[in-house]
Design a protein around this ligand. Structure first.
Ligand SMILES: [Zn+2]
Length: 86
């Protein structure tokens, strides 16, 4: 994880290149069961367990160990790591 403003043009190209890899990984894991999203057979998608910050407010960051913060943004709850993402 990095602060958005610290990303270079090269970093953005890397992000763009890796989006399909990350999405394919998420699809292989059966997606993310967040809120009321589940598989058609009612089973849980396993990708949510691999999220770095999403839905992990109050838990420890997997990278730096800081406690992940939750903020309300436009009626939704967002999460971020104050150590890696500021
Ligand atoms: Zn962190």
């Amino acid at each position: 994880m990095r602060a958005l403003r610290s990303l270079s043009r090269e970093d953005w190209k890397n992000i763009y290149k890796n989006i399909p890899r990350v999405l394919n990984g998420a699809i292989k894991a059966g997606g993310s069961s967040v809120g009321d999203f589940f598989q058609v057979d009612g089973s849980e998608g396993k990708y949510g367990r691999l999220h770095m910050v999403y839905g992990r407010g109050g838990e420890q960051c997997r990278k730096c160990g800081n406690i992940i913060k939750s903020v309300k943004l436009g009626g939704r709850t967002g999460s971020y790591c104050p150590g890696c993402q500021q």
